[in-house]
Design a protein. Structure first.
Length: 95
């Protein structure tokens, strides 16, 4: 990502991640898809803390942008992955 990477990452977390986490309550399909991504992420990362999740999200977003992905209104694989990471960050910050 370019020099605005922190801003873009913040937008991803707020506009996709947090909104998606909130939407999970009323969307069993989204909740199930996020659950599958969370399981996959735990297989890959173990039980990461918030910093490790932000590092993962930064690298994930950079790779997605480099191959031409951009967030829009569809619930594509990348969207669900970002929601899953944000859900895990929320869980990691809960004592």
């Amino acid at each position: 990502m370019n020099g605005d990477s922190s801003e873009v990452l913040g937008l991803l977390v707020r506009d996709i991640g947090e909104a998606g986490v909130a939407e999970m309550a009323g969307s069993p399909g989204l909740a199930a898809a996020v659950d599958q991504h969370v399981a996959s992420l735990r297989d890959e990362l173990g039980e990461p803390d918030e910093d490790a999740l932000m590092d993962y999200l930064r690298a994930f977003a950079e790779e997605a942008f480099n191959r031409g992905w951009w967030p829009d209104s569809t619930r594509d694989w990348e969207f669900v992955r970002i929601v899953a990471v944000c859900w895990m960050m929320r869980q990691a910050s809960t004592p």
